[in-house]
Write a protein that binds this ligand. Sequence first.
Ligand code: 5CA
Length: 438
Amino acid sequence: MYLSKLFIPITKDLPSEAKIKSHQLMLRAGMIKQSAAGIYSWLPLGFKVMKKIEQIVREEQNLIGAQEMLMPTIQSSEIWKESGRYDDYGEEMLRIKDRQGREMLYGPTNEELITDIFRASVKSYKSLPQILYHIQWKFRDEVRPRFGIMRCREFYMKDAYSFDLSDEDAKKSYNKMFYSYIKTFNRLGLKVIPMAADTGPIGGDLSHEFIILAETGESQIYTDKKIFEIDVNKYDSSDNSLQKMREDFLSIYTATDEKFNEEEFNKEVKKENQIKMKGIEVGHIFYFSDKYSKPLNCLIDTKDGKKITVKMGSYGIGVSRIVGAAIEANYNKDIMKWPIAISPFDVVIIPSISKNNKENLQKAENIYKELKKQNIDALLDDVDENMSNKFKKHDLIGIPYQIIIGSKSEEDKFEFKELNSKSEILNLEDIKFKLKKK
Ligand code: 5CA
């Protein structure tokens, strides 16, 4: 993509409510545009990042055997009345009447709808276990939407639902999802901490939040650095291995404000390992047994002819929130550096251009074509402006690698720079090799 063709309305003017780095950066780099309070349009650059996150989430869900489907955003109130949550959900639920006067709602989550689909389709123990998921917009009428897309009203979520015959099996599904989440966030290039959590309006008695450390987070976190040393690749998806993984995580001190105990923390965690920081919740998993299947009468025939309620859990990832969280975790001293897996482009080519010297642009175009052949997604900054402005702009866009064609480059060697590190002078073959390795 040539930068001159990219729809990227970079702006300097920021609204006063843009208080945190990610909100400011996303507006300034033209990634999103607010269309109403807590409701945003995703412009090409922001959309591209979000789609990359979505695809990694999808691939990791598929790897544990979860099956993708798609449920609508608009739901009927009937099933919510059956579960008892139509009244409980309160003002956070956006309620709509259709032309027949039927009560509808914009889904804030899908436990009821998926249970309704399941009870109509599955009757026998032979069809279990199952994990179904979709990636769909949700609406929650937050009292105080803030921080841009981090706490907004309309947001994009991956929500998965597991169905099992027994509570014991349901906990195995829960462990599988726990494992998948750690792998997902590792692939996204984000350091995540699983924390035992309260279940809130979703319910149940077992729940974990997945938190990314960032000063602007809403949750206070206390933990031990050792948590980042657990290598999830040493486990596999067998029940025993997953149980061991859960125990290994459990053995390390983690607490939010509500559960924090200073004395315990100092006893269990060495001073130099102590982390006391704010964090952003990017995922949340719940095990709630038959909280929904019971009122919705979702019954399964067992092998010995009995009828039992199906045991369930639900598992959310805030796909759109992760875009902001990744910025909060990586934007430092006015320089943004995307983790390569979710960067909007793999590399940006920045030629120094002037009206009477088009030679650098020509070189840049040749490099661009070469990279394209190798499936390397490059952005070519063909805009005619001075290099210092260009660098400022790219500090904002945050593509982690730059090929600079200017005063330091030679006939067939170019300046190759990873953001926040020293540059090297390399020929194109070496640059391609380096980029391919990333
Ligand atoms: N049904 C369950 C799991 S599928 C559920 O809805 N869980 S949740 O309420 O914790 O939401 C899942 C994830 O969505 C959260 O971890 C968070 O990352 C994201 N999320 C929740 N509310 C918002 C919001 N207002 N704006 C942006 N993202 C949000």
